[in-house]
Design a binder for this molecule. Structure first.
Ligand code: KG4
Ligand code: ZN
Length: 347
């Protein structure tokens, strides 16, 4: 058998410091340090706090990953790192660390796109990606429908959110309902105890809006509708049925996400859908996506929740694909690019 490349991946685009180690298509380690608790009282990620936390966590997380994988840094064949998109200062910490390692070890560096890495991670969970794959990426920072003919070189964006990201909507609505940050998991839990009793709006799903934004999303109108509904209740002195509001809001989000994802597969003749990003951990999204994919004859792949949220394994997984497919490494001068377009898979 040929030598399988050992690739170390570094992720620092938001509030997780992730170091993943992959050999070929096998995950050996996925070490994570999160600064989410430091942001909780602000109700959102504070960029400067995140950057500092990455600096502090980098070396310990790197050591933990090597220990778990049972490898030495000198065994590493290539380093890959999230070059963008993400928070500029946070990205810079990861890119600087990756460059230092690449120089010290004398190995190539791959500056990869964060969104492409979210797609590539499923390779270490469920094997080679079908080509093409449709990917629905939903997290606190992004909501995108991507057509992926080749995750190492060729990705097209079919649509994305025109206002809030899906996870952002979960977090904001959770706040209105008095649930802690990040709100997604709390809404998921509350919703399981409630019923879908309120018909909240589904953005960009009808008429001209749908024509113009067939595969785009909008969650800001939904968020406002939930706000108003809760406010009216509170003003009239009535109790807010938190579980029912959570269930109804969640249903509105996942209904639109799954409907548009399946429609995109149909429109492009794609038979494989993958869902990734933090919101892919949502139990109702997983269930409804499965139901609708089964009905449409589409194969659904969703990585386990720990690989859906930001992590280093996804960056290592994509880096290893770059090596396996013989892609030219990045230049050592690559910048951190906070607005890196998804069509740019490799910097
Ligand atoms: O991918 P991720 O860890 O970080 C980025 O934003 O890139 O995603 C975090 C987002 C948060 O908005 C969080 O509320 C949401 O994912 N989330 C969920 C669930 N678990 C996490 N949203 C809905 N249901 C969940 N079970
Ligand atoms: Zn992400």
């Amino acid at each position: 058998m040929t030598h399988q490349p050992l690739v170390l991946g570094i992720e620092t685009s938001c509030d997780e410091t992730g170091i993943g180690i992959v050999r070929g298509e096998t995950l050996l380690a996925d070490a994570i340090a999160s600064s989410v608790d430091e942001h909780a009282r602000f109700g959102g990620v504070v960029p400067e706090v995140a950057s500092r936390a990455h600096l502090e966590a980098m070396i310990p997380t790197l050591e933990r990953a090597c220990t778990t994988a049972g490898v030495r840094l000198s065994d590493v064949d290539a380093v890959s790192v999230t070059a963008g998109p993400g928070l500029a200062g946070a990205l810079m910490v990861g890119v600087a660390a990756a460059k230092s390692l690449a120089v010290a070890l004398g190995v190539p560096i791959y500056g990869v796109n964060h969104l492409a890495a979210h797609v590539a991670v499923d390779i270490v969970e469920h094997g080679p990606l079908p080509e093409p794959t449709m990917a629905l990426l939903v997290s606190g920072g992004h909501s995108s429908l991507l057509l992926v003919p080749d995750v190492t070189a060729d990705i097209a964006s079919l649509g994305s959110t025109i206002d809030d990201a899906a996870g952002e909507a979960f977090d904001k609505v959770a706040r209105v309902l008095g649930l802690p940050f990040p709100g997604g998991p709390h809404i998921d839990r509350m919703a399981s105890q409630g019923e879908v009793t309120i018909d909240f709006p589904r953005g960009l799903t009808q008429g001209r809006d749908l024509e113009r934004h067939r595969f785009d999303f909008s969650f800001s109108g939904l968020k406002t509708a939930v706000n108003r509904w809760v406010e009216l209740r509170q003003r009239s002195g009535e109790e807010v049925p938190v579980a029912d509001v959570a269930a109804s809001f969640q249903e509105a989000v996942v209904d639109v996400l799954t409907k548009k994802a399946v429609a995109a597969c149909r429109a492009q003749g794609v038979e494989h859908l993958q869902i990734g990003g933090g919101v892919a951990a949502n139990s109702r999204l997983r269930a409804l996506a499965q139901e609708r994919c089964d009905a449409a004859g589409i194969e659904l792949r969703v990585p386990r929740p720990g690989l859906c949220t930001d992590n280093g394994a996804m960056v290592a997984a994509l880096g290893a694909q770059m090596v396996l497919r013989g892609r030219t490494p990045s230049d050592l001068s690559i910048p951190a690019d906070s607005s890196m377009p998804v069509t740019e898979v490799l910097a």
